[in-house]
Design a protein around this ligand. Sequence first.
Ligand code: 5RP
Length: 260
Amino acid sequence: MDWGMQNRLSRIINPKTNRCVMLAVDHGYFQGPTSGLERPGETVAPLLEYADALMLTRGVLRNTIDPGTTAPIVLRVSGGTSILKDDLSDEDISVSIEDAIRLNVAAIAISVFVGSVNEKRTLTNLSRLCDRGQKYGIPVLAVTAVGKEMARDARYLGLACRIAAELGAQVVKTYHCEDFAKVVNGCPVPVVIAGGKKIEERDALTLAYNAVSDGAVGVDMGRNIFQSRWPVAMIRSVRAIVQDGKSDAEAWEMAQSLMD
Ligand code: 5RP
């Protein structure tokens, strides 16, 4: 891996711990003003100091995030559909590599929809994006999106993660599942998990703990942080698990002490 690529990756995945707490606030790119993200700049402001990276779109970055921030940016560069469509897989690359460079991002992110009607297009989009990233030393995070009707099991997620890595992604984001260690084992690049829909705070901490215990390098978590009544307590407790090696029970104690 060349120096620039490695350096950018090191800004996201801490090389001392090989772990990463990424805060995902890109949901509006197909969901519109997602609950908790109506004013994304205000949502992320108190959370940024606890995040190793921030994942978002260029519109939210340019319009709501202070350019003085030191948080590494993981820029979502795929889109083209909305929740008004049944099939969300109809995505293309939505940002030029020049604009990503202009925004000084640490990585670029794209969804792939393995098994969907648009499987081939989203996978070839990923390949094209990896070529562009390779040219300028910008790592690609592939998001293995799962259609409503698809099983989130180790066989499917393992297939999707492996394909994303084979096509050139430097990091893969997926969902935790039973036998998740098999997913990680079959994927030659670092894996982070999405948090998914909002669940109880205690359960979200267990999810993060199970993911890293099963070999994920960390989380790219959104709703279970910013939709919590206690977003700062949540991100700090998730961080305690991912970066400080705390158990979910220890992190829950910490979370409770931080909840007002
Ligand atoms: C949407 C995404 C989101 O960033 C991802 O789902 C993470 O957020 P959450 O923890 O809320 O699931 O990539 O496609």
